[in-house]
Design a protein around this ligand. Structure first.
Ligand code: PLP
Length: 415
């Protein structure tokens, strides 16, 4: 077995990191179509049940070209904002293939979804009343908070007693009363307990609890189990994968058993974001400076937290590969701290990481960068957001989003 992720997957197809940087510039998000399609297939067929579909949560990555690929593989989608609905409609998703899972939105933002024919899931009593005023007599879904959550970091635990999300389970009666008042039909129940679980159990527990909530509603058209399926970010330490087959098998049993109890076969949805896109991308960057400050060796790159925010935002780990002249660098290692070019001392991608001996002009590959990578990038420090390139199934490369230009960062001043 080869050691490196990019080699194992023939990630760069007919080209290599050096050629890509020369052609498209640095830094650069590179995506692999074969890997993306494989993850789409994993989730699209997770549960063996006729009325199952996976809604890709596009906040993880909303590149239009990648969305089209996900759609081709049969995924529907979750949107968190009118902008995401807009992008999805542009990518060819039908309104009925989109669920708008919103949080603290304005009346206008709700109206937008209603006008586009997109189903909305609201997550508080006050937002349900607002929906009733915007669309009396309409259909709506409700997001519940089962009181327990899970996740890899406090900031991504999205249910439980200390988060802003969802309606408390003891408010079912109040939800029904408000629905009656505005003649709303509650057609869906959803939840999302958190992100990046690597074992099936917490998810299964969450599913059982949302199904017991669903039983209290008679007219449901769907129940939605949420996302959060994890991927192994520590591949260089042989971290094992989430057993997706086993998860699928367990969920399939639970779903069939529950439907016979409910008396009707309603639609079942899940909302994976990260799982779909994370492993399909390697972020490339260039080493511009190397120095030692008081005993710590710093590798200075163009990979600031404006390009990839996860390490700074969540203390996230991303494996790193080193490339020189298109080849992977291996051999003797030393501990280094990899930093970006943003004027903040917190601008750190990897702290005290054991990496092969690095030289200026080497290219670094940051693994598993496809989810919450580009989508969380910014123009902080008036830096230009990078280009995105797709390695197609035939091994050729294709630009799927151009790099920002200086004109882009002054565009909105033209008023
Ligand atoms: C972010 C989010 C998801 C996707 O989470 P992942 O961990 O990327 O799978 C799903 N549902 C909701 C409501 C979300 O906010």
């Amino acid at each position: 077995m080869t050691k490196y992720f990019s080699e194992q997957k023939n990630f760069f197809g007919n080209t290599n990191p050096k050629a890509l940087i020369e052609k498209y510039g640095s830094p650069l998000y590179v995506y692999n179509e074969t890997i993306l399609r494989k993850s789409c297939v994993d989730v699209a067929h997770l549960i063996n049940y006729e009325k199952f579909n996976a809604d890709y949560s596009i906040k993880a990555n909303s590149n239009l070209h990648l969305l089209k690929i996900a759609h081709e593989e049969g995924l529907h989608a979750d949107a968190m904002s009118p902008g995401e609905i807009y992008v999805l409609l542009n990518a060819g998703f039908k309104p009925e293939e989109i669920l708008y899972v919103c949080n603290n939105v304005s009346e206008d933002e709700m109206k937008y979804a209603v006008e586009k024919g997109v189903c909305t899931s609201i997550d508080s009593i006050s937002q349900l009343k607002q929906f009733g005023r915007v669309n009396p007599g309409g259909k709506v879904a409700v997001r519940f908070n089962p009181g327990v959550g899970a996740g890899h970091h406090e900031k991504v635990v999205t249910a439980g007693k200390k988060t802003k999300f969802g309606v408390n389970l003891d408010l079912v009666k109040e939800i029904k009363d408000i629905a009656n008042e505005y003649k709303l039909k509650i057609v869906g129940i959803n939840q999302h307990i958190g992100s990046l679980f690597m074992e099936a159990d917490p998810y299964i527990q969450g599913v059982k609890s949302i199904l017991s909530v669903a039983e209290q509603f008679e007219e449901l058209e769907f129940v939605d189990f949420g996302g959060g399926l994890g991927i192994p970010y520590h591949k260089q330490e042989n971290q094992s994968r989430l057993d997706i087959k086993e998860l699928g098998k367990k969920l399939t049993e639970i779903v069939h058993e529950w439907m016979s109890r409910y008396g009707r076969n309603i639609r079942v949805r899940i909302e994976p974001g990260r799982y779909v896109v994370a492993e399909s991308s390697i972020l490339l960057g260039t080493v511009h400076a190397i120095k030692k400050n008081y005993g710590i060796k710093y590798i200075g790159t163009d990979l600031g937290f404006n390009v990839l925010a996860r390490p700074v935002m969540y203390d996230s780990h991303h494996d790193i590969e080193v490339y020189r002249s298109g080849e992977i660098v291996d051999g003797e290692r030393e501990p280094v701290t990899v930093v970006g070019n943003i004027c903040e001392s917190g601008d750190i991608i990897a702290r005290e990481r054991l990496l092969p001996l690095i030289k200026e002009k080497d290219i670094l590959g940051v693994m598993d960068a496809g989810a919450y990578g580009y989508s969380m990038s910014s123009n902080y420090n008036n830096r230009l957001r990078p280009a995105e390139v797709l390695i197609r199934q035939d091994g050729s490369d294709m630009l799927i989003r151009r790099r920002d230009t200086f004109e882009d960062i002054v565009r909105n001043f033209e008023v």
